[in-house]
Design a binder for this molecule. Structure first.
Ligand code: ATP
Length: 325
């Protein structure tokens, strides 16, 4: 196995070197669109815009102060839902909330606001990755200074998924070397897993995601067989048009209403290796892998942050981890 260990380490080092010589800018496609939402928009309306455009997040722009004020993500909607649960009599008010109220909502329900991180697009990609791991931000805006106005502009948003895809597509030479089974390298979470059944309500599952601070819950049957995965982004269509009462409907109903282009669920076995996981990432829109046994029974879950963490940090000296800005 020592040969296997050596090769694995060589693969990881190759990928880390690659991330140090590439910039976040390199990850962006040649042409792309960026939808930015005005901070004054009603939250209710923002839902429709995301759905119509097939996106799950957007940078927020304060047009009064001409400033970028943060990123809208599914977590914000989950916060609104928690607010609605805590103050059910205020539904009329919830309907009138604007995106600019999101920080007040966080305060009212007592959640820690997320650190507002951003990176410059021309900085090494490695830096963006380290920052993601340090802050637990799953997406980071790329912020540049506009030459003419001297103001900050958001060029794009970089995600864990985009980075792992970029690694997978450009580093087959190194990802091929990652031949150790996920079981052996302890990739992912096993044991205390948050799960749900098809009959649980959407609200139950949202509470579970909040409690565990996770963005996906496997849906299993009585025999622990995995049927589907409910994701934080699935919440968005559930409250379309401000229909919060629909949150009491079942997860089964919610997943059956998913868009046709829903990427689906990806699974792997504990004997699978990281090289094959990178093959899956290369070919498909994977946001997590559900680890199952031969009978499709749930064993664990491998999130993109688990993969990114392993790829960047495994075998690193502790001091290099701490000295990162
Ligand atoms: P995202 O999936 O939004 O890109 P992420 O990669 O950080 O973000 P999370 O789902 O937030 O993924 O996972 C955070 C941590 O919790 C990971 O270590 C993951 O293995 C673990 N985890 C994920 N889902 C569950 C679950 N249902 N039960 C227990 N632990 C989980």
């Amino acid at each position: 196995t020592s040969l296997l260990d050596k090769e694995q380490m060589q693969g990881l080092r190759g990928i880390r070197e690659f991330l140090k010589v590439r910039t976040s800018y390199d990850v962006l496609p040649l042409s792309f669109r960026l939808i930015v939402l005005d901070n004054d928009l009603l939250i209710k309306k923002s839902l429709n815009i995301l759905i119509q455009n097939g996106i799950v997040s957007a940078p927020l722009w304060d047009s009064r102060n001409s400033a970028f004020v943060g990123l809208l993500t599914s977590t914000d909607y989950i916060n609104v839902i928690q607010y609605y649960c805590q103050f059910p009599d205020e539904i009329d008010q919830v309907d009138q909330f604007r995106l600019s109220s999101l920080r007040d909502i966080e305060r009212a329900i007592g959640v820690e606001p997320l650190e507002n991180v951003s990176v410059h697009p021309m900085r090494p990609l490695y830096e963006a990755c380290r920052r993601m791991l340090r802050t637990r931000a799953r997406r980071i805006p790329l912020v540049d200074i506009d030459d003419e106005t001297g103001r900050e502009t958001v060029v794009s948003v970089i995600t864990q998924y985009r980075i792992l895809k970029f690694i997978a597509v450009n580093n087959e030479k190194y990802t091929m070397m990652l031949k150790k089974p996920v079981r052996e390298i302890g990739l992912g979470t096993y044991g205390d897993l948050a799960t749900a059944t098809m009959n649980d309500s959407v609200l139950d599952v949202i509470h579970l995601m909040v409690k565990y601070n996770i963005s996906a819950v496997p849906i299993i049957d009585k025999e622990n067989k995995v049927l589907n995965v409910f994701e934080a982004v699935d919440v968005i269509p559930c409250i379309k048009g401000g229909a919060y009462d629909e949150l009491s409907s079942t997860v089964g109903d919610a997943v059956s209403r998913r868009a046709d282009d829903f990427p689906g669920m990806y699974s792997c076995g504990e004997d699978d290796r990281l090289d094959s996981i990178f093959d899956t990432i290369r070919k498909s829109r994977v946001h997590r892998l559900i680890v199952v046994d031969d009978d499709q029974c749930l064993k664990g879950i491998i999130s993109l942050s688990d993969i990114l963490k392993y790829v960047l940090l495994f075998g690193e000296e502790d001091d290099t981890i701490q000295t990162e800005n």
